[in-house]
Design a binder for this molecule. Sequence first.
Ligand code: SF4
Length: 362
Amino acid sequence: MTYRLPKNCLLTVSKDLLPWFEANARELPWRLNRDPYAVWVSECMLQQTRVETVIPYFLRWMACFPTVKALAAADQQQVLKCWEGLGYYARARNLHAASKQVVALFGGELPSQVDELSRLKGVGPYTVAAILSLAFGKSYAVLDGNVERVLTRLCAISDDIRKPQVKKDLQNLATRFLATHPPAQLNEAVMELGATVCTPRNPQCDCCPLASICRAHKRGEVSLFPYKSKKPKIPTVQVGAGVVWRDEHTFLIAQRNESGMLGGMWEFPGGKIEKNESIEACIARELEEELGLKVEVGDELIKVKHTYTHFHLRMGVHHCRWQGDEPEAIDCADFRWVTLAECEAYPFSRADLKVLEALASQ
Ligand code: SF4
């Protein structure tokens, strides 16, 4: 379907939206200049994550890895540590791998052509559009959640935005819209409007620069847009994990295999509880399968709840007594005996950071 922009849209954009953006744009660290690397890093961090959360991560990242070459030369553990707590760790691993490609293929400078950017690991159509538009000023529309919300309200589009065809039609609309004005400026103006004025709840239509042409606002139906069908329920996964103590201060941590979820991160070893299995039996079995260790499973330290995109995690963590065998990395990438203070040097997921907090407060 071809969606249509409201009448006078282009005039209102020049007369009201762009001046509003110039006067109201937030000062965000990645907007200080149009450095393609900074745009790339910020766009990777901002996917599914709030601006306020990203700012300190972005500043820390740019201080640690100020250029593509610096990132390419870094150790993966340093990279994951810098991303620790931000979630979606594949993005950090992909950024790191892609930085090596940029050095090898393009001498450390991000290219400005679609086909070249698309060759980079983890750089999909959204990131390509963001880099080309925001860093190189090319006519590519960046359709993020904020832009989707503004467009569906502006044009009163009631189709389900979860449907791939609707996304495609919205992308076409955004592309046509964008072609009318300098791309970076209009892209960012619409993103900013969605983030600060046309918010999911309680949008401030009274002070919106697009209010005079916005169809949803005119109809008094803003809350109906965008329409998103309900997500299917995600499963709950029950997991058991152990803190294996070698002595009063030293315990065991394991590194997850490179392939798969949270690859390269460190954790308290454990795994899924099988049907009709007790948590104690699960921990004992997992430690033997993963590390060849026999342990005596003791009291519970903490129950951790965490939600990932595709499942809810419920993890019971128990203290374990080591029986004296040396561990082997059978089904993990590596292991270490560490003290709590030494854990600072290793990247952990949010769920395992909660276990460390529990240990610290004992
Ligand atoms: S008028 Fe309201 S609904 Fe329409 S774009 Fe502005 S804030 Fe969003």
